[in-house]
Write a protein that binds this ligand. Structure first.
Ligand code: OOG
Ligand code: MG
Length: 257
């Protein structure tokens, strides 16, 4: 059986060579939750020592749409590094294995916060801004197919994300009631609401804090959190465009080269 370090290497190679690998649980069905998060942590540590920096967290599988799409029904977290944050709205298909794009919102934090089963008002007191976001995911596994432990080890399929330029104050709107229309090459493909994320996107942060507190961690000021997709993800290829239109709040587009 392979060691945790060998899985870290395999995932890193899949990413750098843009070549999908067999999911870990095929050869190691006994992979535990703790081992899976340890593979994720070590993978990000490796990326950080290669000159990237840690900037926050992503939540995954916080909506029914996403849980059904990938067949995993537990929420998970992943780690975000500065090289994932896009500085223009274009990705190159050839830089990825089988990229998908999904509409999200993100929170930034001005105060440290930690703890289990916090109330929404306690979490909001630490939030600085809310942003519109598009996440690009790219599972390192063949056919975008995985079990819970595989996707945790693979840093929740994260690869890139785009943040809107406009910071919104938490009180701007009821974030559960926001609506998003996702257009694939200018055709309406999916519709979602903020409530699709665990009834309210703030609950995604509460869930993240529950997961982090098991490890004695929390969210630090300056970190950001992607709350999870509000609709299914759209598979994209070179030449495609995905737009998420959030109505009066604005819209975000990613062009695929
Ligand atoms: C897992 C990552 C899920 C989300 O927003 O639900 C995720 C995947 O779908 O590959 O990022
Ligand atoms: Mg996501």
């Amino acid at each position: 059986m392979s060691t945790i370090y060998e899985y870290v290497e395999r995932i890193a190679t899949a990413q750098s060579e843009k070549k999908a690998i067999e999911k870990i649980t095929i050869s190691n069905p006994a992979l535990t939750f703790e081992e899976a998060y340890e593979i994720q942590r070590l993978s990000i540590e490796k990326s950080i020592s290669a000159s990237n920096s840690f900037i926050g967290w992503k939540m995954g599988l916080t909506s029914k749409a996403k849980q059904l799409q990938v067949g995993v029904d537990s929420t998970i977290y992943g780690r975000l590094t500065n090289n994932m944050l896009m500085n223009h709205n274009e990705i190159t298909a050839a830089d990825h294995i089988h990229p998908r794009i999904e509409p999200e919102v993100a929170f930034t934090f001005k105060k440290p916060i930690a703890g289990e089963n916090l109330m929404p008002y306690e979490v909001w007191s630490a939030v600085e801004y809310v942003y519109l976001a598009l996440e690009v995911i790219d599972s390192r596994y063949e056919n975008f197919s995985f079990s819970l432990m595989d996707v945790i080890a693979d840093n929740a399929s994260s690869t890139k994300f785009l943040l809107g330029s406009q910071p919104y104050a938490p009180t701007t709107t009821d974030w559960a009631q926001i609506k998003v229309n996702v257009y694939y090459n200018n055709e309406l493909k999916y519709e979602g609401t903020g409530a699709a994320i665990l009834e309210h996107p703030i609950n995604s942060v509460i869930e993240l804090l529950n997961l982090l507190s098991k490890e004695g961690r929390g969210i630090q000021p300056g970190e950001l959190v992607l709350a999870g997709a509000m609709t299914d993800a759209v598979a994209v290829k070179s030449g495609d465009t995905v737009t998420a239109d959030y109505g009066v709040l604005g819209s975000l587009t990613i062009n695929v080269k």
